[in-house]
Design a binder for this molecule. Sequence first.
Ligand SMILES: Cc1cc2nc3c(=O)[nH]c(=O)nc-3n(C[C@H](O)[C@H](O)[C@H](O)COP(=O)(O)OP(=O)(O)OC[C@H]3O[C@@H](n4cnc5c(N)ncnc54)[C@H](O)[C@@H]3O)c2cc1C
Length: 287
Amino acid sequence: MKPPAFTYHRPTDLDEALAVLAEVGHDGKVLAGGQSLVPLLNMRLAAPAHLVDVNRLAGLAHIRREDGHVVVGALARHTDVERDPGAFAAVPLLRQATACVAHPAIRNRGTTVGSLVHADPAAELPAVLAVLNGSVELASAAGTRSVPAGEFFLGPLESAVRPGELAVAARFPVPPPRTGSAWLELSRRHGDYALAGAGVLVTLDADRRVAAARAGLVAVGPTPVVVDLTGAVAGQPFDAADWAAAGALAAGATEPEDDIHATAAYRRHLVSVLVARATAEAARRAS
Ligand SMILES: Cc1cc2nc3c(=O)[nH]c(=O)nc-3n(C[C@H](O)[C@H](O)[C@H](O)COP(=O)(O)OP(=O)(O)OC[C@H]3O[C@@H](n4cnc5c(N)ncnc54)[C@H](O)[C@@H]3O)c2cc1C
């Protein structure tokens, strides 16, 4: 399959990119790693008149620690994030989840920020941003704005990025001390999008009892689903908490749909099992 004809733009700095995006407005699409957009073009599910390739913009491939966050620039590839020792030390969930994104060839090219903007409900990184209460920095010719994760994911393949805007970075908050995390998912074949997945954070108190627990779930709703699990396990010892109750709480908070890949009941069952296992592992790591 070949994409429909488009005008190709390749700006070399941010101001030029924002000027082009302002000019082309609704008719334009940003091209980052191309791992989601190019298939959509080739299958003719998207037909933008203008493609704005941002790969030559300097200074957007950073991954840095800033004000209690790991900040990931628009051109940092999944592989860069996965391998970054500072990002792993500060927010281990980033590596735990990114390692489950597709295959190495796709992770070498696809960007973390592109994955957020693409907003696939089965993708890992949107759930990571959501469970951490992170945010996305957007720039346009008119200025900048920051959108919290809770307002960023609007629906399947729909994010808060407006025509003319470029997502320049994502900010992932560093969890509090004594927090452990884990990512678990199930897919039919290694590297496929998950039938269901869970990223969890468990925070312990000084006596190693559960102080807080949260899950970010994928493929069980139109956007990432975040569930506060604290009520099911608060005050319980890290090695003997009722993690099955946490799993049941998470499953009860989802409303998945039947599709060709799995039934809703099976997806809900997966959530209960994955969350129970992931929270137990996260608590062990926190201890
Ligand atoms: C076979 C295959 C399997 C995959 N499996 C998974 C998987 O298991 N989990 C998963 O999460 N992903 C998976 N992906 C998708 C992959 O992770 C992509 O890298 C990611 O979804 C998009 O990143 P990208 O940089 O390639 O974005 P692109 O494809 O370039 O763009 C995607 C969309 O985001 C917009 N966009 C991108 N960057 C910006 C920006 N900075 N500002 C504004 N708009 C922007 C584009 O206009 C486009 O609409 C898979 C892809 C393939 C081909």
